[in-house]
Ligand binder design. Structure first.
Ligand code: FAD
Length: 411
C-alpha cells in the first residue's frame, strides 16, 4: 500500500538546469510507454532521470498499438522516427465494415492525406517493439536510468525534494517525481483523488495471430474495424505483416476480474461473435490455444489538477481514456514531450510542472470525451448509419484529434 506524506508543502524553489544533471535527479515511477518516453525526453533535455519499475524485468504485453500523427511527431522529436518507419506498418487506408456481411461502410485515409494535412501519418506497431526501442534508447543514454524490481511504496514530500520509499525498504531522493504508474495509479489515488477506477461496461479480448495461419484471408485494406450492435472488432497487421493484431469489444453489466492478461477461450469469443461475417470468424478461429486474453475496461473521472509542487502524474495515471480511438499511449507520448519542454523553460520545478498540466489539460479532456463518444458509434445498432454519424463525433480530423503537435504546441 502506497503512503504519501507531505512534510513541508512550501513548494521550495529548485532551479532547473545543471543541478538536475547530478543528484538528486528526476524520479519516474513506472517503465511503461509513458514512463520511458518521459525518461527519454528528459534525457534529451539534458536532465538525469531514474525510472523505478516494480516488475523484475522489462516487458510489454503482446498486442498492437496504433500511433496517430501526433505521437509520430513526438517520436520523431525523441529520435525514434527512423525506428518507427522501419518497424511499423504504415496503412494508407483503414476500413469500417458491416459486422454481418463485411461490406464496406467507409474508408479513412491514414497516409497521404494526413501527411499533407498534419505532416505525419498513422503507424501500427507491436507494443513490445516500441517499448523495447524506448528502453534501449534510455539505457544507451545512462545504463543506470532504469531500475527494475523497484516497487514504489511511498512518497515523502520534503520540499524541495521528494523522498521515494521502495517496497524493498530502500529510499531514493529526487528533485521531482513523475508518476507514470498507469491507470490504477496509487499516487493518483493517494494524492489527487481517492476515486477508484470504475468498470465502464465494456470488455475486450486481444490476440496476435501469425499471418501464415491466415493465408486465405483477403482483407483490403489490411486494417480496420467491423462494427455491429454492442460489439466491435479491430484488426491490423504489425511487425511488417508477420502478425495480425485482433481486439474485440463487447458489453457487460459487471466485471470482477483483475488485469488485462486473463486467459480466454477461442470458443467464448466465437460464441460472443456468432452471426458475424465469415471474415471475422475465420480470423478468430485461427487464434492459437493460449494466445487469447480478455479484460474489463475501466476509467476514472478526469482530474482538474494532476500536479502538485514537485510531483506530477503522466499518461494513464493522469488521464486514462477508453481505447476506442487508440489514443491512450498517444496521450502519454505527447505528455512526455510537453513535460520535457516545460522543464527546458528553466523555471522552478513547481512552475514547470504546473505549466505542463495547463498545457495538457484541454487536450487530454478532448481525447477522453471523443473516446467515450466513439464507442457509441462503433457499437452501432444500425451500422449502415455509421458513415453519416461518425463525422460529428470521432475520427473527423477537423475536430482536432490530429491537429495537435506536442513538439511545437503552446506551453
Ligand atoms: P502503463 O502502460 O500502465 O505503465 C505503468 C507502469 O507502471 C507499469 O510498467 C507498472 O508495472 C508500473 N507501476 C505501477 N505501479 C508501480 C509502483 N508502485 N512502483 C513501480 N512501478 C509501478 N493506446 C494507443 O495510443 N493506441 C492504441 O492502439 C491503443 N490500444 C489499446 C487497446 C486496448 C485494448 C487498451 C486497453 C488500451 C489501448 N491503448 C492504446 C492505451 C494504452 O495501452 C495506454 O494508454 C498506455 O499503455 C498507458 O501507458 P502508461 O505508461 O501511462 O501506463
Amino acid at each position: 500500500m502506497l503512503f504519501i506524506q507531505a512534510i513541508d508543502d512550501s513548494h521550495g524553489i529548485l532551479p532547473i538546469g545543471p543541478a538536475l544533471m547530478q543528484e538528486p535527479s528526476i524520479a519516474i515511477i513506472g517503465a511503461g510507454i509513458g514512463g520511458l518516453c518521459t525518461a527519454l525526453a528528459m534525457q534529451r533535455a539534458g536532465l538525469r532521470v531514474r525510472v523505478y519499475e516494480q516488475a523484475p524485468k522489462l516487458a510489454e504485453v503482446g498486442a498492437g498499438l496504433s500511433l496517430s500523427p501526433t505521437a509520430a511527431h513526438a517520436l520523431n522529436h525523441l529520435g525514434l522516427g527512423e525506428f518507427l518507419r522501419e518497424r511499423a506498418t504504415m496503412p494508407e487506408e483503414q476500413f469500417a465494415r458491416h459486422y454481418r456481411d463485411g461490406r464496406l461502410l467507409m474508408l479513412s485515409n491514414r497516409g497521404r492525406s494526413l501527411l499533407e494535412r498534419f505532416g505525419e501519418r498513422y503507424y501500427l506497431i507491436h507494443r513490445a517493439d516500441l517499448h523495447g526501442a524506448l528502453a534501449a534508447a534510455v539505457h544507451a543514454n545512462d545504463a543506470d536510468a532504469i531500475q527494475l524490481a523497484k516497487a514504489v511504496r511511498g512518497l515523502r514530500r520534503l520540499e524541495p525534494h521528494v523522498e521515494i520509499e521502495m517496497a524493498d525498504g530502500s529510499i531514493e531522493t529526487a528533485a521531482a517525481c513523475i508518476a507514470a504508474d498507469g491507470q490504477r495509479s496509487s499516487v493518483r489515488t493517494q494524492i489527487f483523488s481517492p476515486e477508484q477506477p470504475r468498470f465502464t461496461g465494456y470488455v475486450a479480448w486481444r490476440a496476435l495471430i501469425p499471418m501464415e495461419h491466415l493465408s486465405a484471408l483477403d482483407l483490403q485494406p489490411s486494417s480496420g474495424i467491423f462494427i455491429g450492435p454492442g460489439h466491435m472488432v479491430n484488426v491490423y497487421p504489425v511487425q511488417r505483416g508477420r502478425l495480425l493484431n485482433l481486439v474485440a469489444f463487447a458489453e457487460r453489466n459487471t466485471w470482477t476480474e483483475e488485469g488485462w492478461s486473463i486467459p480466454a477461450q477461442r470458443d467464448e469469443l466465437l460464441e460472443e461473435f456468432s452471426g458475424w461475417t465469415d471474415t471475422v470468424r475465420f480470423i478468430m478461429m485461427a487464434i492459437a490455444d493460449g494466445a487469447l486474453f480478455r479484460w474489463g475496461l475501466f476509467d476514472r473521472t478526469p482530474l482538474e489538477r494532476w500536479t502538485e509542487g514537485h510531483l506530477a502524474l503522466l499518461g494513464d495515471a493522469a488521464h486514462p481514456v477508453l481505447p476506442f480511438l487508440g489514443h491512450g499511449a498517444v496521450l502519454a507520448i505527447e505528455d512526455a514531450v510537453v513535460l520535457a519542454r516545460c522543464f527546458a523553460t528553466g523555471e522552478s520545478i513547481p512552475a514547470a510542472l504546473h505549466r505542463y498540466e495547463i498545457a495538457r489539460r484541454e487536450r487530454a479532456r478532448f481525447v477522453f470525451e471523443e473516446s467515450r463518444k466513439a464507442v457509441r458509434i462503433f457499437h452501432a445498432s444500425d451500422p449502415d448509419r455509421y458513415s453519416r454519424s461518425v463525422g460529428n463525433v470521432t475520427v473527423d480530423e477537423g475536430l482536432g484529434l490530429f491537429a495537435y503537435n506536442p513538439v511545437n504546441c503552446a506551453i
